[in-house]
Design a protein around this ligand. Structure first.
Ligand code: ATP
Ligand code: MG
Length: 589
């Protein structure tokens, strides 16, 4: 079987995405491809005809007849020339239009799917490998169209024409030709299939190595700081070690394929010469028919090559296209209920009730209970890895909890739309990630509808004005990939400016000021105090001075609350908080 059900299913997707969306253009492409191929075969016919006229002339010496025939043939040649010029001109246009219509559509669809996948699934993917896959999917679309134009169309249109012409000369040539095809095609397909299988196995390896390359480039600073260039090169080298072996296998397949098909071809050329000789001496065919036979035999060989190439390409294209389509089939589990309503946050009462949650195998919360009253400012402190950031992630519903519920103003966050939930909470995350864009656009990102005055105000309130004014391009300065051209504290302040601009009802600050000097932190705290007034605020911090003025301070350990109270009462208690305070004020930390 050339194609099994799995391939047909893959083709159905390609059909739906590429052909159905461009019906007219595709029909146009087929139409012009037919013209291109018919004109190509007619050139052979014209050559054979010219030979026939000359052969007749040497028999009859009728010059006027020869002149008339040649004039006619030149006229036909002009028609062929015009149609071929038109079709050669039109085919690339049709292809370009189909690609123009489809490539951005597929790329956008893939990105959309990726963005709506569960956070855990996205974090499990390697960026480099993913980019490679996306590019290959859109490239496969180009390959599909060019494969049609340069390989499949010549075979589909040209081959029947050749067979009809051969039959008109002598049925023996038809039999010979069919015999040639029936031996040569299976031999070639066998090798093509072997090749396709090998590529399918090789793609994940290529993706993996691109993933590693991407990881190395992202980690360029640690590589330099640790002076581990050699180690890193080694790491990458290992991931591309398979390439020589792969190409050795490729060469074996293609050499065997090349030598066997060339032998079969020459063998059949021999048969054709023999049959041609036999028919010619029996006066059953003329010299021009013999010439045409050889031209057609040559064409058969070329078409056979096209066909085999087209099939091999089709396997590859389907595999490449399908890799992208698999992304589209991935399902998110964190999705809005069909009847999900927008959350209404008035007061900002947050309740964690018997929340149990694990990351894959790591349990972080077990029946965790916590109530935050409307408008309260809550300080969260505790050991590294205790689950503080996780608490914020759960409130944003980046992950679904296993048991219990989290509610805001009495509405279970699981049953409201994710958009409305996230539009009600601002987060200044522990690690600020920025786009490789201007400072201005990075801040605007949190609320793209804001005007310039609002963005500049947020810049001022986040204590960024002095720094920005010292830059030649001011707020139009590009921050580099992930913000690498800024200091840690500057990145944090951009993140705070984002939160100020977003102006949401609940605010979560996860180590939002940890990278700032005390003076800047104090200034920013003033701003934060002002903007968080009357709003529920969760401040996560290791530096106790950051949270000491909170209404309530929660001390976390191992996903559990070990102490709650305000600064004074916790100090009196002489428990964990008091111990931490002692360390920090005595300068141990
Ligand atoms: N995406 C993840 N997948 C699996 N485990 C995770 C993930 N994120 C965090 N963890 C684990 O969950 C636990 C809680 O992590 P979390 O980030 O909430 O700690 P934290 O209290 O914020 O610590 P820190 O003070 O260092 O920021 C840790 O043991 C961590 O290793
Ligand atoms: Mg954290």
């Amino acid at each position: 079987m050339l194609f099994v059900k799995k391939d047909i299913d893959k083709f159905k997707k390609l059909f739906e995405f590429v052909i159905l969306r461009n019906k007219l253009l595709f029909l146009g492409l087929i139409f012009f491809s037919i013209i291109t191929q018919v004109t190509a075969v007619s050139v052979d016919l014209i050559i054979a005809k010219v030979l026939e006229y000359f052969a007749n002339y040497s028999l009859t010496s009728d010059l006027s007849l020869l002149k008339e025939s040649i004039t006619n043939i030149l006229l036909i040649l002009i028609i062929v020339m015009i149609s071929s010029a038109v079709s050669y001109w039109a085919e690339p246009i049709m292809i370009a239009k189909i690609i123009g219509n489809t490539e951005p559509y597929i790329k956008k669809k893939l990105l959309k799917r990726l963005l709506f996948l569960d956070t855990k699934d996205i974090l499990n993917k390697k960026t480099g490998a993913l980019v490679n896959k996306l590019n290959r999917t859109s490239k496969s679309l180009e390959n599909f169209l060019y494969n049609w134009r340069f390989s499949l169309a010549p075979f589909v249109v040209g081959m029947p024409t050749v067979l009809i012409l051969l039959t008109s000369i002598n049925y023996k040539f038809l039999i010979l030709n069919l015999l040639y095809l029936s031996i040569s095609i299976p031999v070639s397909l066998r090798y093509q299939k072997m090749g396709a299988k090998m590529w399918e196995k090789a793609y994940p390896k290529y993706d993996k190595s691109t993933g590693i390359l991407n990881d190395i480039l992202v980690n360029i600073l640690p590589v330099k700081i640790n002076s581990q260039e050699k180690y890193t090169i080694n790491m990458y080298s290992k991931s591309i070690k398979f390439i020589p072996r792969l190409w050795l296998k490729v060469s074996k397949i293609y050499s065997r394929w090349g030598s066997s098909t060339s032998a079969i071809n020459l063998l059949f050329l021999g048969f054709t010469i023999y049959v041609g000789f036999d028919l010619f001496i029996k006066n059953l065919i003329s010299i021009d028919q013999l010439a045409l036979t050889f031209l057609l035999f040559n064409r058969t060989d070329r078409y056979m090559g096209y066909f085999v190439h087209a099939i091999g390409e089709t396997y590859r294209i389907l595999a490449e296209f399908d890799a992208g389509m698999k992304i589209l089939e991935e399902k998110a589990t964190i999705i809005d209920d069909l009847d999900a309503k927008e959350i209404k946050v008035n007061k900002g009462k947050i309740e964690f009730n018997d929340v149990t949650f694990s990351y894959e195998n790591k349990k972080v919360f077990d029946k965790f209970k916590f109530l935050i009253n409307p408008g309260e400012t809550i300080g969260v402190v505790g050991k590294s890895g205790a689950g503080k950031t996780t608490l914020a992630n759960l409130l944003f519903r980046l992950y679904d909890i296993d048991k219990g519920y989290i509610s805001i103003d009495g509405q279970n966050i699981r049953h409201v739309t994710q958009n409305s939930l996230r539009n009600s909470i601002s987060l200044v995350p522990q690690d600020t990630l920025l786009f490789d864009d201007t400072i201005y656009n990075n801040i605007l990102f949190s609320n793209p509808n804001s005007n310039r005055r609002e963005v500049l105000k947020a810049i001022k309130e986040a204590e960024l004005s002095e720094f920005i004014n010292s830059l030649p391009n001011k707020e139009k300065t590009i921050v580099g990939e992930r913000g690498v051209k800024l200091s840690g504290g500057q990145r944090q302040r951009i993140s705070i400016a984002r939160a100020i601009l977003a102006n949401k009802k609940i605010i979560v600050l996860d180590e939002a000021t940890s990278a700032l000097d005390s003076e800047t932190e104090l200034k920013i705290r003033d701003t934060l105090d002002r903007i968080t007034k009357g709003r529920t605020t969760i401040t996560i911090a290791h530096r106790l001075s950051t949270v000491m003025n909170s209404d309530k301070i929660v001390v976390f350990d191992d996903g559990k609350i070990v102490e709650v109270g305000d600064h004074k009462s916790l100090l009196k208690k002489k428990g964990k908080y008091a111990e931490l305070w002692k360390y920090q004020t005595k300068g141990y930390l």
